[in-house]
Design a protein around this ligand. Structure first.
Ligand SMILES: C[S@@+](CC[C@H](N)C(=O)[O-])C[C@H]1O[C@@H](n2cnc3c(N)ncnc32)[C@H](O)[C@@H]1O
Length: 336
């Protein structure tokens, strides 16, 4: 759907709910609400999870000092122009918070967020230049051909079957000069020296519930989803005829303000990340139980991991990876 062809008012989230049967969009698993469209993605899509995403968003806004990496490239791509207003695509929009903030920052632009399920938390206050659609990025994206000046995919890998192919198909949705922004947290925690925590069996020296849980979620998820993709993003983009000016940055964020050397901004990031981590472990319950873990074991690991991050024992970092690239003028073509 081309944003320029939209002549009806931006539909609100409530119109989603009244026009679609919610039982077809959601299913209940292990006490949480999951999407029904994509069986790879098993994190919840409920209010609790969207609230967590908002907290993470606030932390990452402080990390980047704004909504995106590569601010110069984004400013150029989003410059107002007469004939064709710029447009933004947020793939896997979740609560929609990033899309709504982009719509407020660029009131002259149109912002479209897609997700496997509609955002439900912010039914009020959606900017007029922002709308949400239910769609799966694993499927054909040709209905968005040549629409967008900025495309954003943050923390979506768990629902992406083949990320390299998705990056290729996303190029079809982009206008030349547009910016692709990818980001993801690593599937490991890192110690004070920024080394990965050990992956050892329960009861062995060095075992932590937080690392055990993340490792388990990675092992269960990688059977269908492309969880190793973030380490390859920049290589794939550099090899693609559709992208240029590729950049990458890894940022280590402390989980909790355990370091005495944090300025006020870093302390706030660390506190928000601690709250985020405390909420993400319970969100793993459906993945763990559908993956065959005994519910009692899942609950014990989750409770221990939540306590570890609350008590900041061990002292750990989360690593965020940011990768960006600019769309070339090369016309998009299908590959087999
Ligand atoms: C962890 S949340 C992140 C939400 C948001 N990007 C953020 O960073 O605040 C991942 C979101 O991506 C969505 N998602 C996963 N796979 C998807 C796919 N194939 N197509 C569309 N959305 C997808 C999920 O439903 C979920 O809402």
């Amino acid at each position: 759907m081309n944003p320029e062809r939209q002549n009806s008012p931006t539909p609100s989230v409530m119109s989603f709910r009244s026009s679609m049967h919610s039982e077809r969009l959601f299913r209940e698993v292990a006490g949480r609400t999951l999407n029904t469209r994509n069986d790879l993605y098993m994190l919840p899509v409920d209010d609790e999870e969207q609230d967590r995403q908002d907290i993470e968003h606030r932390a990452l806004y402080l990390v980047l000092d704004g909504l995106y990496a590569a601010p110069d490239l984004v400013a150029k791509a989003m410059a107002p122009r007469q004939n064709r207003p710029p447009a933004v695509f947020d793939i896997g929009t979740g609560s929609g918070i990033w899309a709504m903030d982009m719509a407020r920052e660029f009131p002259h632009a149109e912002v479209v967020g897609i997700d496997l399920a509609p955002p439900t938390l912010h039914s009020e206050g959606i900017p007029n230049n922002c709308r949400f659609e239910v769609d799966d990025a694993n499927l054909d994206l040709s209905h968005y051909a040549d629409c967008f000046n900025v495309v954003h995919m943050r923390s979506v890998a768990q629902g992406i079957r083949n990320y390299k192919d998705t990056i290729h198909r996303v190029a079809q949705t982009m206008r030349s000069g547009g910016v692709l922004l990818l980001s993801s947290g690593a599937y490991s925690f890192f110690d004070e020296n920024r080394q990965p925590l050990p992956v050892v069996g329960e009861g062995q020296p060095g075992w932590t519930a937080c690392q055990a849980l993340l490792t388990k979620v990675y092992e269960l998820g990688r059977n269908g989803a492309d969880l190793d993709a973030p380490s390859q993003w920049d290589k794939w983009l550099e090899a693609s005829p559709f992208y240029t000016n590729v950049g990458a940055e890894d940022i280590y964020v402390p989980i909790g303000p355990w370091s005495p050397n944090l300025d006020m901004r870093c302390q706030r990031i660390a506190q928000l990340t601690q709250i985020d981590a405390g909420k993400v472990f319970p969100a793993f319950r459906p993945i763990l139980t559908l993956g065959g873990m005994e519910p009692a074991t899942a609950d014990r690991w989750i409770a221990t991991a939540v306590r570890e991050v609350q008590e900041m024992r061990p002292k750990v970092f989360l690593r965020w990876r940011y990768v960006w690239a600019v769309r070339t003028k090369t016309k998009w073509y299908e590959t087999t």
